[in-house]
Design a protein around this ligand. Structure first.
Ligand SMILES: Cc1cc2nc3c(=O)[nH]c(=O)nc-3n(C[C@H](O)[C@H](O)[C@H](O)COP(=O)(O)OP(=O)(O)OC[C@H]3O[C@@H](n4cnc5c(N)ncnc54)[C@H](O)[C@@H]3O)c2cc1C
Length: 508
């Protein structure tokens, strides 16, 4: 059956800080908006909270910027009440396309959606697949944890640092009791603090960088004083719970145990490293009785939908592939706006500012002049802070030396570092796409979301960073989300031009 069509002036994908702000700004400028989000309730990653069916009035404990959320949420609810925003939670956009220009310059966009696995399993069966048609599109699809492989990282008990954070925020409970958190960046701090405040034991936070890397960036850091206050809060939690924070330290191996061999994480081997990530001999240490190891090496923007339109991209300071936008968040594709992590990982405040700008611009309006000037300054301060953060917390260039030839890199297809190196050396596979063809790395269930960055680095060679082309080839996915065969089959004659059905009155 062809999914019902929902139409509006503007479609927004993602209800995180950026998407929520974009939807509100567009609606307050008088446009009608359809907001599609894979989450079951607004908030995205940063403001993820317990199900409102269980906790109807969340108190914001453990959240930062909760007042901003409540403000946006109140405006969002008001706009929904007025019929300006149609909210479609629990739906993933699996394909997005531009409509035929024959319909006019402003022919717009079509989004194909499907219920998430969680939504399909829930009793909120009202949310079946929908096709969304809109004149303008704002993509605010956020990002996910960037991962680097290390021996043993494929054992059960190893999680992404953001995964632990999301687990606690969504469920109010911990995924284990004794934790080691490792990687780089300020994000490791709230993860460890939330674990400790929720009753878990954090044996150590291992940060590959050093606080001295901030010294050249003190001006940028001082531009966002609220981050220093946040840091002080975490320092107090670390002191209260006696959490060791070890700089220039990494996990070199996740140790496993089990009655039939290593079937879950039970410890970590660690080492001190130099600034480039080279392990310092004789600094090894072992932590035992660990049941969860959390890794966080920054975030990877969720780029499949922007890439499906062929938007112009660039490499950001942290090595991520991001969309290029102008000051109104307009991408290189007319009518397509990007906001939040997809234009560069910079935190929730920046995401909100970008979302507000994108929503206003997509609606064809412009904010009051003085408001625009103020928010432009705030946006610039947050961008400078984000750049400083990326420079102070780089992925260490020597990380490839931590791998053994047997280390699994692509967990879905069980491709090892040795196989990838062999493909690079013997077959000249130097980018993620060629590596995928020769080794199957990135060809499995997650389609390279987990191993894409690491594979691209390994293809580039020791100490080298991947090119934008290589990352782009790893992030291009014809289907942006898993979709049922029935929904593929339902792509009928009006696939090329779904507005035909719209004109025929086939509305939801
Ligand atoms: C797991 C995780 C936990 C994090 N926790 C913290 C934290 O505690 N503190 C902190 O400072 N920063 C945290 N971050 C970083 C933080 O998420 C960002 O700074 C901020 O949320 C960015 O806002 P955004 O609106 O760009 O994206 P997000 O908040 O990520 O929102 C994106 C939304 O888009 C939806 N989406 C994506 N693709 C599709 C699709 N195809 N169809 C439909 N919907 C889609 C997602 O489900 C999500 O709801 C976390 C990041 C991650 C990945």
């Amino acid at each position: 059956m062809t999914p019902p069509i929902v139409s509006a002036d503007i479609a927004v994908v993602g209800a995180g800080p950026a998407g929520l702000a974009a939807a509100v700004a567009a609606a307050e400028s008088g446009a009608t908006v359809v907001l599609v989000d894979a989450g079951a309730q607004p908030g995205g990653q940063f403001w993820r909270h317990r199900p409102e069916t269980v906790v109807p009035v969340p108190d914001g404990q453990g959240h930062h910027g909760w007042k901003s959320y409540l403000d946006l949420r109140a405006r969002f609810d008001a706009a929904r009440h007025q019929g300006l925003i149609t909210y479609l939670p629990g739906l993933q956009v699996w394909m997005a396309q531009q409509n035929q220009p024959a319909q006019g310059d402003d022919a717009g966009f079509t989004l194909r959606t499907t219920p998430t696995v969680a939504e399909a399993a829930s009793d909120r069966s009202a949310a079946g697949a929908r096709t969304v048609v809109a004149r303008r599109l704002v993509l605010c699809t956020g990002g996910y944890d960037r991962q680097l492989p290390v021996p043993g990282w494929d054992l059960p008990g190893v999680m992404a640092a953001g995964g632990i954070q999301a687990f606690i925020k969504a469920n109010g409970i911990l995924p284990g009791k004794r934790f080691v958190i490792a990687g780089t960046g300020p994000f490791l701090l709230p993860v460890a603090a939330n674990i400790a405040e929720a009753g878990g034991k954090v044996l150590a936070v291992l940060e590959s960088s050093s606080p001295t890397t901030w010294l050249p960036h003190l001006r940028a850091a001082a531009g966002v004083p609220e981050k220093a206050l946040e840091g002080a809060e975490y320092a107090a939690v670390f002191a209260r719970h006696r959490i060791p924070y070890r700089t220039r330290s990494i996990v070199t191996e996740v140790l496993g145990s089990g009655s039939l061999g290593a079937d879950h994480a039970s410890g970590v081997r660690t080492a001190k490293v130099d600034a480039d990530g080279s392990v310092r001999p004789g600094t090894e240490r072992v932590y035992e009785d660990v049941d969860v190891v959390g890794f966080g090496w920054g975030f990877t923007p969720q780029m499949e939908l922007p890439l499906s339109f062929g938007v112009e991209t660039r490499l950001d300071t942290d090595g991520s592939l991001v969309g290029v936008v102008d000051e109104r968040q307009q991408s290189s594709v007319p009518g397509l706006y990007l906001a939040g992590e997809v234009t560069g990982v910079g935190g929730a405040t920046l995401a909100v500012l970008e979302g507000l700008a994108a929503g206003t611009a997509a609606a064809g309006g412009s904010a009051l002049p003085q408001k625009t000037a103020a928010s432009e300054k705030t946006t610039a301060r947050h961008r400078r802070f984000a750049e400083a953060m990326h420079r102070a917390h780089p992925v260490p260039p020597a990380w490839q030396d931590w791998l053994t030839p047997e280390t699994t890199v692509c967990r879905c297809e069980e491709v090892t570092a040795g196989e990838i190196t062999e493909a690079r050396e013997s077959l000249g596979a130097r980018d993620a796409r060629s590596l995928k063809s020769f080794t199957r790395a990135g060809m499995g269930w997650c389609q390279g979301r987990v191993c894409g960055f690491a594979s691209a680095c390994l293809g580039a060679g020791p100490g080298a960073s991947p090119t934008a082309e290589s990352l782009s080839s790893a992030a291009k996915r014809p289907l942006a989300a898993p979709v049922g065969i029935g929904e593929l089959a339902a792509l009928d004659a009006d696939y090329e031009d779904p507005t035909n059905s719209l004109l025929k009155g086939d509305r939801a």
